[in-house]
Design a protein around this ligand. Structure first.
Ligand SMILES: Nc1ncnc2c1ncn2[C@@H]1O[C@H](COP(=O)(O)OP(=O)(O)OP(=O)(O)O)[C@@H](O)[C@H]1O
Ligand SMILES: [Mg+2]
Length: 254
């Protein structure tokens, strides 16, 4: 479903954020990208939906080569790729249901799109998604009245309204407490599995990665240093992920 080959990204200031990474994510897999701050997780996710352009390498999503897409073709790609961020990006003063309907705007054309007009069937669909995310009691509240975990589930509902084939989530639980984090990751995984959506979710906590991932890809300094099942993630790799040599006083003394 997602395939990258020798993907690299060098930012304008010279930072090499992603170096020669190749990845195959089969349909329906729930993949966790693990890595500490600066490892390149966001860079990889942003390349996948072309919020940024990779410097070199190729990306294929659902059979479409995307690294050079422009205009209409790029918009078509973005419709099929749901995106969730650490900050929920909801419209605070709008109702939860309207925030969810917003996810469908990319599919609309002409006046209906311009005025944000939705059919009864679309409203029903949005409500049904909210029910599946345990938010039926929140549908008619203003988005800013919800807890952090609830807001992130609304963001998931909005992304689902796009009818995506791929879901990308960049640190979706980084601003939530542990209970809300597990709750949100549980809902995200469940709905992706039910719909056969391929998910790439970046996290920095090993314990959540182990609990929720079908497969873990660990990034360090822009390179993949582990790619395998959660059970196979060994202590040495975790050490390598979170403690660089320059942080280690023993290494410095040597
Ligand atoms: N727009 C940019 N211009 C220059 N350098 C950047 C830019 N965005 C990110 N970087 C650098 O690229 C590297 C990878 O950053 P990235 O944001 O992908 O990491 P991350 O794994 O998402 O980290 P975090 O957990 O802090 O979100 C870092 O060294 C970062 O400083
Ligand atoms: Mg990031």
């Amino acid at each position: 479903m997602i395939r990258t080959r020798n993907l690299s990204k060098r930012y304008a200031d010279g930072t090499l954020a992603l170096e020669d990474t190749s990845l195959d994510v089969p349909k329906g897999e729930f993949l966790v990208l693990l890595g500490r701050s600066g490892a390149g997780k966001s860079t990889l996710l942003r390349c996948l939906n072309r919020l940024i352009d990779p410097t070199s390498g190729s990306i294929t999503i659902d059979g479409v080569q995307v690294e050079r897409l422009r205009g209409r073709a790029l918009r078509a790609l973005r419709r099929r790729v749901g995106m969730i961020f650490q900050e929920f990006h909801l419209v605070k003063r709008k109702r939860v249901l309207d925030n969810v309907l917003h996810g469908r705007l990319g599919h609309k054309t002409g006046l209906a799109g311009a005025f944000g007009l939705f059919s009864e069937a679309e409203k029903r669909e949005a409500y049904d998604i909210l029910v599946r995310l345990g938010l039926e009691d929140q549908a008619f509240k203003r988005a800013d009245q919800l807890s952090g975990g609830q807001k992130q589930r609304v963001a998931i509902a909005r992304a689902m309204m796009q009818q995506p084939v791929v879901m990308l989530a960049d640190e979706p639980v980084a601003s939530l407490d542990p209970a809300a984090s597990e709750n949100v990751l549980g809902y995200l995984k469940r709905i992706c599995k039910e719909e056969g959506i391929t998910a790439v979710v970046s996290l920095h906590q090993v314990e959540y990665a182990k609990a929720f991932a079908d497969r873990i890809v660990a990034l360090s300094d822009g390179a993949i240093i582990f790619d395998g099942s959660p059970d196979g993630l060994d202590e040495a790799t975790v050490e390598r992920l979170y403690f660089k040599a320059e942080d280690d006083p023993a290494a410095e003394a040597a």
